[in-house]
Design a protein around this ligand. Sequence first.
Ligand SMILES: [Zn+2]
Length: 287
Amino acid sequence: MHPVVAKLFSLQKIDQKVALAQKKLDSLPRETEDRKKKLKKLEGELALLKERCKEIEVQVASLETKVGAIETGIKKQEAYLNQASSPSEYEAARHQIRYLQRDREELQNEQLELMEEQETLNPKIAALEASVAEEKETFQAFLVEAESLRAELESKKQEVADERKAKADEIPSEFLLRYEEIFASREGTAVVPAERRYCSGCFTKLTPNDWAMLANGTNKVLVTCRTCGRFLFDPDSEPAEPAEPAKPAKPAKPLESAEPPASPQSSQSTSEAPMESENTEGNNEVQ
Ligand SMILES: [Zn+2]
């Protein structure tokens, strides 16, 4: 592996860890909001049911008053009945009593319906109260957990920051900048293996020349994908970590260089991977 690519690759491992931690951190506020909403919804439903219960109580009480007034009226009519001085007076009082009794029955039926409704509400309220209590508990536990996760992730980020800086300092700034751009725009993969001669980032096939640069084990040329710009390495040729801290490569060489190696300035890489085809079908290097 080209020494710069090796360094970028190990930098990428750190950056991916940090990115993952960041993603989790970013998801916390939204999850908090979602849970809050859920709790609010349950509390809203509960409040509505309780309100309906109160309404019913008020209505039942008002009906009770009306029934009382009617009963007074009935008693009055019964008194007229007893004191009636003529059959027509008697008949009128009886008539009134029947009317009042009918009214009373209607009001009492209404009362009964309301009380039945209240009875069906009570278990619903109890169930909702239990759900709200449970959800509140879950939410509290989540908040505590989220806080400790946040602290843990922040300290993890802090921890790797120094390590990252040390690694980044070893990389020539033009490659580092390029790497950071690609890392940000290509979903956290800026250094990828060339699997079966394809860029495993965008699945573009490498030119035979580029593949030769990667796989010949000399690592003199830094190869990047001509389509997506990612830094490439041959996964079969060597370990990812550089064997020793390399001097920053001279940034003179063009990034997408694909000319045959000109100078034999051998890198410190330990790899001797021969130029071999990965699959035994032979060399189908036709572009
Ligand atoms: Zn690519």
